[in-house]
Design a protein around this ligand. Structure first.
Ligand SMILES: [Fe+2]
Ligand SMILES: [Fe+2]
Length: 313
């Protein structure tokens, strides 16, 4: 993958620093001109810790000037995310409270639209947007693993083992999505569609990296994971139905049908065994688990609102 197109003065400066290797200019980088400008910059800086860019030297991953820009953007972003979060339930029966918190959340459903009435073009746009995450599906959770106790770590590994195909490279969820894209005539190349994704997609991806790459946010990362898994099974069924209705190839449908069953298991594992065990050991992380969970739900809503708005206006 090559570096993305800039979306404002900050990303012009930082992407130029990345490409040229002259990071001195990042030291006095201008403020972001818009949320999009901030988010594409943060996304590119995070990408250095995943697969990176062909046009950026590998030793810039830990460049102090770039890390300083990343820190500034992360601090603003986290402040914003916390400001959006409502009051969370008081500590009580965690699993029960968590499932109720997710069930009581009422947001717009993109899956329902895809199931019943989305056009072929709309679904293709949706798949291109989703490719940014699904082609590195679950990687953000892997960052958290060394930061956990044995009990929680073992449970996260059980879930990740599944996401990573149980030892079979052809069963990796990221690989299943890539197969679906290719069969649908879309590019399965990692990051191919980054320049066309709206700010909501960038935010959603950046949240996962923010939580995954900062040890102090490990509870938010696992709360995010739990809410993500707990809101995946039934929408996956609807999306699979929509894909079938529109005649998408079996490979694309299969990615979603795989998640109907897998995530019904994953939600129990993530809520009860992962977050439950984490909070039994560290009860002070209660609020952050719900902060992460809320963020997952809210990010989904924001993307759904944006797309339903665009498609139905
Ligand atoms: Fe998955
Ligand atoms: Fe899952």
């Amino acid at each position: 993958m090559l570096t993305p197109t800039a979306r404002g003065p900050l990303s012009v400066c930082v992407l130029e620093s990345l490409r040229t290797g002259d990071t001195s200019r990042a030291a006095d980088a201008p403020d972001a001109g818009s949320p999009e400008d901030a988010q594409i910059t943060l996304w590119a800086l995070y990408e250095q810790h995943y697969r990176g860019f062909e046009d950026v030297a590998g030793d810039l991953e830990w460049d102090p000037q770039l890390i300083a820009v990343r820190r500034r953007l992360e601090q603003d972003f986290e402040r914003e995310l916390r400001a959006r979060t409502p009051r969370v339930p008081e500590p009580g029966n965690f699993a029960e409270d968590f499932f109720a918190f997710v069930a009581d959340h009422d947001g717009p459903s993109l899956a329902a639209h895809i199931h019943r009435s989305a056009s072929d073009d709309q679904v293709r746009e949706f798949l291109r947007h989703k490719s940014i995450y699904h082609l590195k599906e679950s990687d953000h959770t892997t960052w958290v693993i060394p930061r956990l106790s044995d009990t929680v770590k073992a449970a996260v590994m059980e879930l990740q083992y599944d996401e990573y195909g149980g030892g079979n490279p052809h069963r990796l969820h990221a690989h299943l999505f890539a197969q679906g894209l290719a069969a649908s005539g879309l590019s399965a190349e990692y990051g191919a569609y980054i320049d066309e994704v709206p700010v909501e997609v960038l935010e959603q991806n950046n949240v996962m990296s923010l939580f995954g790459l900062n040890r102090r946010l490990r509870a938010a990362s696992l709360g995010f994971l739990a809410a993500f898994e707990a809101t995946s099974s039934s929408p996956s069924r609807k999306i699979a139905g929509g894909l079938e209705r529109l005649g998408f190839p079996a490979e694309m449908v299969e990615y979603y049908t795989e998640h109907v069953e897998a995530d019904a298991v994953h939600e129990q594992l993530a809520v009860r065994t992962i977050c439950g065990a984490l909070l039994a050991e560290e009860p002070s992380l209660h609020e952050d688990v719900f902060f992460g969970a809320w963020t997952s739900l809210d990010q989904d809503d924001r993307y759904a609102q944006r797309m339903l708005g665009a498609w139905t206006s």
